[in-house]
Design a protein around this ligand. Structure first.
Ligand code: FEO
Length: 134
């Protein structure tokens, strides 16, 4: 069983965004696998960098569509994205400075971070994007 299993309840009803969310979950699951397999800081940081890179791409994609269709909650959603990226970067800095070891606590944070954002903030756009060409 994976650390996070995709579930239909996570669907935001926009296929491309569901696929991107599944990719984000897959990277977090890789981090979990790395932790239990005893990967070193270098390998874990490499996966975390990929998570940050893919997250930025995904957030940009959502923001581009929100902006194109004048989504009314665009500004708040963008701010939530910025905060999430800043939070993960802070963790990354702590890991790189040796202040904190990669841990289940960090993975629990990432799981909560992603799932809460998808189930909360992202799900709000489902109805708005229904029938739009994304
Ligand atoms: Fe799917 Fe708003 O991130």
């Amino acid at each position: 069983m994976a650390f996070i299993d995709w579930s239909d309840e996570y669907s935001v009803s926009v296929d491309i965004f569901d696929k991107e969310h599944q990719s984000l979950i897959a990277i977090i699951n890789e981090l979990h696998q790395g932790l239990i397999s005893g990967f070193g800081i270098k390998e874990m940081t490499y996966i975390l960098d990929r998570l940050l890179e893919y997250t930025s791409k995904h957030f940009y994609h959502e923001e581009k569509e929100m902006h194109a269709y004048s989504y009314p909650e665009f500004e708040d959603h963008k701010k939530a994205h910025e905060q999430l990226v800043a939070d993960v970067k802070k963790y990354k800095d702590r890991l790189e400075s040796g202040e904190q070891a990669f841990s289940l606590e960090l993975l629990a944070f990432l799981k909560k971070w992603l799932v809460n954002h998808i189930l909360g903030t992202d799900r709000k756009y489902s109805e708005f994007f229904a029938g739009k060409n994304i």
